[in-house]
Design a protein around this ligand. Structure first.
Ligand code: PMP
Length: 435
């Protein structure tokens, strides 16, 4: 069938046929069409090249249209595109084994992990919530303010950013202040935020909870890292109240933080449930709940069937992603290249007073803009201006955080040191022009 690639035609069809809910999320002043991608680069419909610092929203972990992933998915799709879990298929079974092998075994080496595949991150979050409530017999959940867990009504109910919360969500969720080291309500440090968990359990729940959801690094919230001791301290307090510690690794997983495969490993905590998506499929729809065996067990009493969950095409892509991560040493690359980029962002902070904070690790980095470094008043206007200028310089980023004053960088993990030069020069020019 013919495709009309024009911006005008696409805009008209979107305006006419997309629901309001799907039209809203267009970040740039002028819309864009990307026609082609290869590794960390994108080309628009006019053939102009961009460095993708957004990784198509963290999904593209090992590179756009990575040939190994494309080949694996194409071969599987040609042989048997779809097969539900009603029938046995070795490809998802292999992927489950490979994912389980990436999880910590615990001090005694006896922790066993099991996998339930879904189609998306929010479905996996939803399933993790059902699992935690079922296993513990408790209803109340804790979640972090400034956290994002997805668009389904269950995932919205644990999302702590007002802009993503629509009316009519289910309840039984208490929110805890996020341990933001730059502008958190209790200032820098870990202990006050752990005390806040205890206080919240005492005053806003029945005292017995199903669990707590924590993004190991908050993504849409503007790259907020958990300070040392926070994740392990949170898990301790949650378990003391009968609950489970649920790590959301949808953005921070698959080597992105550079030091570890999973963001939670930075703190040595062993979660009860790990939720993953996005980077697992390099753009193919795939999510998973990876849980300690005994926690998933009570769900055997009822059916839980995701039609496309564990589909062999997405799972073939998932296996190829793990292979490429290993063969191309992309976690190490995230550490090296991310470290170099962070250094350059810190240099920019010296020169541009609009930059209040620079943070992150590996290839999960952010610049937060303020009107004044003392008052730390957020500056969404300068952020938007820099963002548009970056596009002019061929850089695609994202505006994040509750006031959209943070530029978030989560590129494909194959970003190179040469790209770092281009990115820092482009940002420097953008800040100079936007002033
Ligand atoms: N958790 C986090 C941390 C996310 O960033 C997202 C998606 N942005 C989700 C969950 C939901 O994933 P999905 O969009 O695949 O439903």
């Amino acid at each position: 069938l013919p495709i009309d690639w024009s911006l005008e035609g696409t805009a008209r069809r979107r305006d006419t046929y997309y629901a309001a809910s799907q039209k809203k999320f267009v970040p740039f002043a002028e819309p864009m069409i990307f026609r082609r991608g290869s590794m960390q680069y994108l080309w628009d419909e006019a053939g102009r090249k961009y460095v993708d610092l957004l990784g198509m929203n963290v999904c593209v972990s090992v590179g756009h249209s990575h040939p190994v992933v494309v080949k694996a998915a194409a071969e599987q799709a040609a042989e048997l595109t779809h097969c539900t879990t009603m029938f046995y298929h070795p490809v998802p079974a292999h992927l489950a084994e490979e994912l389980a092998a990436t999880m910590p075994k615990g001090p005694k080496g006896d922790i066993e992990w099991v996998v339930h595949f879904t189609n998306s991150g929010s479905e996996a979050i939803d399933l993790a919530m059902v699992m935690a409530r079922g296993y513990t017999g408790n209803l109340d959940l804790l979640a972090l303010r400034n956290g994002y867990h997805g668009p389904t009504s269950a995932a919205q109910s644990v999302t702590g950013i007002a802009a993503f919360r629509h009316p009519g969500m289910p309840g039984n969720v208490a929110f805890v202040a996020e341990p933001n080291q730059y502008r958190g309500v209790f200032g820098p440090g870990t202990q006050p935020y752990l005390d806040e968990i205890e206080r919240t359990i005492a005053v806003a729940t029945t005292g017995r909870i199903a669990g707590m959801l924590v993004e190991s690094v908050q993504g849409y919230g503007g790259i907020i890292e958990m300070p040392p001791g926070y994740m392990s301290g949170a898990a301790e307090r949650v378990r003391a109240a009968g609950g489970l510690y649920i790590a959301d690794e949808v953005q921070s997983g698959f080597g992105r933080t550079g030091d570890h495969m999973w963001g939670f490993e930075a703190d040595g905590v062993i979660p009860d449930i790990v939720v993953m998506a996005k980077g697992i499929g390099n753009g193919f729809p795939l999510g998973a709940v990876v849980a300690q065996r005994q926690i998933a067990q009570p769900m055997a009493e009822k059916f839980m069937f995701h039609t496309y969950g564990a589909n062999p095409t997405s799972c073939a892509a998932g296996r190829a992603v793990l292979q490429v991560l290993r063969e191309e040493r992309l976690q190490q690359n995230a550490k090296t290249v991310g470290g170099a980029l962070l250094e350059r962002l810190n240099d920019l902070r010296q020169r541009h007073p609009a930059i209040g904070d620079v943070r992150g690790r590996g290839l999960m980095l952010a610049i937060e803009m303020v009107r004044d470094r003392n008052s730390k008043e957020p500056d969404p206007e300068t952020t938007a201006a820099v963002f548009e200028q970056c596009r002019e310089s061929g850089l695609i980023l994202s505006k994040s955080g509750p006031t959209r004053s943070t530029l978030r960088m989560v590129p494909p993990l194959c970003l190179s040191l040469a790209d770092v030069d281009q990115v820092s020069e482009g940002l420097d020019r953008a800040f100079t022009k936007a002033r």
